[in-house]
Design a protein around this ligand. Structure first.
Ligand SMILES: [Zn+2]
Length: 479
């Protein structure tokens, strides 16, 4: 792509493959393209996703070769082409010969794009064809120069965006500043994309589908009333409003309605004016609002497949749980510590103790081994007679139960100490369990990290959602 001009048909095919991949099209599966590819290839600040069209990217990369030819860079291939094709003539004026190689034709094809962004810098006048070459920067049509008007160096990226200037028009529902604000949000990328889809109205609601297809009903499945538009789903639906009313930010939409979906997105991006939200709260409200929309959309999809009565209280509780998880995920451990946690249960599965620690940065395998050692020490100190030790690190468990050929040297000493401690008990058994059975321990780790909790943690201080997986019958872990 960076050395030859791709035929238009090939470029279109590549774009079609990329587009199908983006929209999740599979063989024999019909997909609704709710937005044209060219719009999605606009810059993010212009309402697009900043994707690259193959044809444009090909042209931008070829422009780099053209730029080298225009500058007569000290490169072997430049000297070769200059000797073979230019023969002292100007790169800008030489005509394309049908007998020229495809590569040379490709290089010459870049002149059109190059001429959009460069102009001649007048030196001694040699090599400049006054009547043919653009050389006055302020006049339209005056272009090439080995030095661009702004004095910047040429890059394929700058050439690409120069070619995209016409696409900067028609920004859609938001201003460039608002689009930038959306993409600069400190939230998960998937949530940003979800907001982008809402802003453009790209979610396939029944009302949207009804425009191009005949659907049985456009009624909202959450409340069984109202036409399911995006405005209804995210703003007007009684289920949505109850969920919001129960949330930490009980927005009363009837006091600020009527809102269009664009107004709603703007409000999510900047709540200060409409809601009077304190600056420090804005970030959290944005995250919550985005998650709220996401969960409502997922619930809508769920009831579309399997119609059930939606309980707004449960829905709000789920939204709150996901919101808390996102908040905790943002509290990423610093590069210097590894959080470990242990959970101790009795023979009935009831949790007896929970511990959380953060070790200074080291190999995660060592951290796992240290966690197992601490758990064993605690079991020994507590006077337990029978212990099942479970963990999701197969290497650590194998080291403890004694598979010498499998032991990593870095955890050999830990494994030996653990074996000595456990051997003093009446009964012990160590086994590895899938990571999916470690929900409680992982939840505790996240929670402890978020709350900066360390050491022995009272069970009563743990939020219900941290232990929720126990109630739902998931596996056990820890000691
Ligand atoms: Zn509804």
């Amino acid at each position: 792509m960076s050395s030859v001009l791709f035929p238009k048909g090939i470029c279109n095919k590549i774009d079609a493959l990329l587009r199908d991949f983006w929209w999740g099209k599979k063989k024999r599966k019909v997909v609704l393209y709710l937005k044209d590819w060219a719009s999605m290839c606009k810059p993010k600040s212009a309402g697009g996703l900043g994707l690259s069209r193959t044809k444009d990217m090909n042209a931008a990369l070829l422009a780099k070769l053209g730029w080298s030819m225009a500058n007569m860079d000290n490169k072997l291939w430049v000297s070769f082409f200059a000797a073979k094709y230019l023969k002292g003539r100007s790169f800008w004026n030489i005509k394309v010969s049908p007998t020229s190689s495809w590569v040379w034709k490709s290089v010459l094809s870049s002149r059109e794009l190059l001429s959009k962004g460069i102009c001649w810098k007048i030196g001694d006048g040699r090599g400049l064809e006054v009547w043919d070459n653009p050389w006055i920067p302020s006049l339209e049509g005056f272009k090439p120069s080995p030095i661009s008007q702004s004095g910047r160096k040429f890059t394929a990226k700058s050439a690409y965006w120069l070619d995209q200037q016409p696409l900067f028009e028609n920004l859609g529902p938001l201003s460039p500043a608002e689009w930038k604000s959306l993409w600069n949000l400190k939230i998960h990328e998937r949530l940003k994309l979800f907001l982008w889809k809402i802003a453009w109205g790209l979610l396939p609601t029944m009302a949207t589908l009804n425009v191009g297809f005949r659907v049985n009903s456009t009624q909202c499945q959450l409340c069984n009333s109202g036409v399911k538009t995006l405005e209804h789903l995210f703003i007007e639906c009684p289920i949505t409003r109850i969920a919001w009313h129960l949330s930490p930010w009980p927005i009363r939409f009837n006091t600020i309605s009527p809102l269009s979906i664009t107004d709603w997105i703007k409000l999510i991006l900047d709540q200060a004016d409409l809601l009077g939200c304190p600056k420090e709260e804005e970030r959290h409200l944005t995250l919550f609002a985005d998650i709220c929309c996401d969960m409502i959309w997922m619930k809508r999809n769920e009831v579309s497949r399997t119609p059930v009565q939606v309980d707004p209280i449960k829905l709000e509780a789920h939204i709150n749980q996901i919101y808390t998880t996102h908040l905790q995920a943002k509290a990423v451990p610093s590069l210097g510590s590894v959080p470990v946690q242990r959970v101790c249960r009795n023979h009935c599965g009831d949790i007896l103790f929970v511990w959380a620690h953060q070790f200074s940065y080291e190999d995660p395998l060592i951290a796992e081994a240290r966690a197992a050692l601490l758990a064993s020490s605690k079991a020994f100190e507590s006077g337990l007679s029978s212990v099942f030790l479970e963990g999701d690190s197969l290497n650590v468990i194998q080291a403890i139960v004694g598979f010498p050929e499998e032991v990593f040297w870095s955890i050999t000493n830990f494994a030996r100490d653990i074996s000595i401690l456990l051997s003093s008990l009446q009964f012990w058994h160590a086994s590895d369990v899938p990571r999916s059975c470690n929900y409680v321990a992982r939840n505790v780790a996240k929670w402890a990290l978020f709350c900066n909790a360390s050491g022995t943690i009272p069970i009563s201080s743990l939020p219900a959602y941290v232990l929720a997986e126990v109630a739902e019958g998931y596996g056990s872990q820890g000691l």
